[in-house]
Design a binder for this molecule. Structure first.
Ligand code: GLC
Length: 551
């Protein structure tokens, strides 16, 4: 097995981790300072969301220079120091490659937009206006509004899948691809342990750009439905593999929503383009297609079980599963999966157990280990997240009241995942001596690293225990995954088995007291339990247990 299959990964949001400068935003030195903390969680890989030079319209996902550090985070020297110090602790630093688009302040774009015949004129997706002067197609960007913006200098429109400040690169141009691979290799040479590859399903555009049938009253259709996973995309991905990842001891994990199980073999695994692929069916249960916050569908625990079953089974033969329940784009998992929860601590522990015992590499997201909750700020003006603002406006345009639109924001805003780390109960939770860029969650006096480290029953202590158990029980790393009690509407149950042992994991994801037949559960030794007792054949609300046949 590879090192990254045996470890636990941590997604770190640098802007909100630790500020060493009193500026209100986190720094790379802040991360270096807290390596002991990451080590205490059993982490072997830290994925940093983008730290490259950026105007921060989308908090770093709008890159102005792929091989420079944004001054707010520090310097390249700080980065080298982080990579080196982390390595001493067996922690590898994983970079976020944002290759579908750049910032509109990137010198590449500044040059491209000047004329129709400069050396970089075809580096982005430029099109003439329709005869009436309107945008080339009726595509809506992911963050809302048209996916096209008019450029005065060039007298043409450019395409942006996301915000207008994030113009899409033209991957059909070989020079663009070369420049991107060069940027990635810069980080390989610097010692990066791998890459998370952003929004990769959008890089190939269709040959013809056509209007689509509108999916809302604004007369537009989501750009996702018109450009995601365009045939031919794999050619680019295999080229990326040849030019960047092959031959290096690194891993790649692509953000690739909507790749079906039968296509998976082309995407991941020995013959696929990447090592792992973030797939979203289990975190997008309420969105069958495009993620439209004001149109959620109801879902059940059986749907969650089905989504996990599908991806566990699909990655049995192809590739390796990156398990996650939170990331910087999603609400906090306690609120997401248990909106009316009366026992958040048990819910956090149940989700933590699921995360750490599925077959694959767990990706723990900053704050999840503390049991972080969503924020619900009173007005849209309090929000920083560009997508919350877009979704709020879209909800209003669909006829929702302001109150209803705010409810969508409270449920799904990406800012809930981005509030600063709560290190202790001092001012600003020990995150910064300045004014934090996003308000600290008001639960920080109770939910913080210092307090939870002292409490053996805290969510943080639970995660530390889980990390130890993964080390002690190799079946959790290399074992098969076999589900049982498939039809149970509340309990997810599975075995992890390798040559050495067989473990049974039983998690009651409901808030009901449940009994079940113990026929298929032969193990009896409790090695982990989030409640005081475990009675054979019965699980209390949100109870989870790991059972072994022998101790
Ligand atoms: C990805 C990122 C998200 C970002 C978007 C545009 O989905 O995870 O945070 O806004 O791409 O780069």
């Amino acid at each position: 097995m590879k090192w990254w299959q045996k470890t636990i990964a941590y997604e770190l949001y640098p802007k909100s981790f630790l500020d060493t400068e009193g500026q209100g935003t986190g720094t790379i030195r802040g991360i270096t300072q807290k390596l002991d903390y990451l080590e205490s969680l059993g982490i072997g890989a830290v994925w940093l969301t983008p730290v490259c030079r950026s105007p921060m319209v989308d908090n770093g996902y709008d890159i102005a220079d792929y091989t420079d550090i944004d001054p707010s985070y520090g310097t390249m020297e700080d980065m080298k120091e982080l990579i080196a110090k982390a390595k001493e602790k067996n922690i590898r630093i994983v970079m976020d490659l944002v290759f579908n688009h750049t910032s509109d302040q990137n010198p590449w774009f500044l040059e491209s937009k000047m004329s129709k015949n400069n050396p970089k004129s075809s580096w982005y997706i430029w099109r003439d206006a329709k005869e009436d002067g309107s945008a080339p197609t009726n595509w809506r960007s992911i963050f809302g509004g048209s996916a096209w913006t008019w450029c005065e200098e060039r007298q043409q429109y450019y395409l942006h899948t996301f915000a207008s400040q994030q113009p899409d690169l033209n991957w059909a141009d070989e020079d663009v691809r070369k420049a991107l691979y060069q940027a990635a290799n810069f980080w390989v040479d610097l010692g990066a342990g791998g890459f998370r590859i952003d929004a990769i399903t959008y890089i190939r555009k269709p040959d013809e750009f056509k209007d689509g049938v509108p999916d809302a009253d604004d007369g537009m259709i989501s750009v996702h439905d018109m450009t995601a996973n365009t045939p031919g995309i794999l050619e680019y991905l295999y080229e990326f593999k040849r030019e960047v990842s092959e031959g290096h001891d690194i891993f790649t994990v692509a953000e690739a929503n909507g790749v079906s199980a039968d296509e998976l073999k082309y995407w991941v695994g020995e013959h696929g383009a990447f090592d792992m692929l973030f797939e979203f069916s289990h975190v997008n249960l309420e969105f069958k297609g495009v993620e439209t916050w004001c149109r959620p569908d109801p879902w059940t625990i059986s749907d969650l079980k089905r989504a996990l079953r599908n991806s566990q089974n699909a990655t049995k033969a192809n590739g390796w599963y990156p398990a996650f329940f939170e990331n910087h784009d999603k609400p906090r998992c306690i609120d997401h999966y248990f909106p009316e929860c009366s026992d958040p601590s048990s819910a956090a522990k149940a989700m933590g157990t699921l995360l750490m015992t599925l077959r694959g590499t767990p990706f723990l997201y900053q704050g999840q280990e503390l049991g972080y909750r969503n924020v619900a700020w009173p007005s849209i003006d309090c929000y920083n997240d560009i997508s919350s603002i877009g979704q709020y406006q879209f909800a209003l345009s669909e006829g929702l009241t302001e109150e209803e639109a705010m409810k969508c924001v409270h449920t799904f805003s990406r800012d809930s995942a981005r509030t600063p780390m709560q290190w202790d109960d001092t001012e600003n939770a020990g995150f910064s001596s300045g004014t934090p860029w996003l308000p600290i969650h008001d639960d920080y006096k109770e939910v913080n690293v210092e307090k939870e480290s002292r409490d053996p029953d805290s969510v943080l202590s639970w995660y530390r225990t889980l990390a130890e158990i993964r080390q002690e029980h190799s079946a959790l790393i290399s074992g098969d995954w076999t589900e049982f009690m498939k039809d149970d509407p509340d309990i997810i149950a599975y075995k992890r088995k390798n040559d050495e042992e067989e473990l049974y994991i039983l998690i009651n994801l409901s808030e009901k007291q449940r009994t079940f037949s113990t026929e298929s559960v032969t193990a009896e030794h409790v090695i982990l339990n989030n409640k005081d007792t475990y009675e054979k054949g019965s699980l209390s609300p949100l109870q989870c247990v790991i059972l072994a046949e022998k101790l």
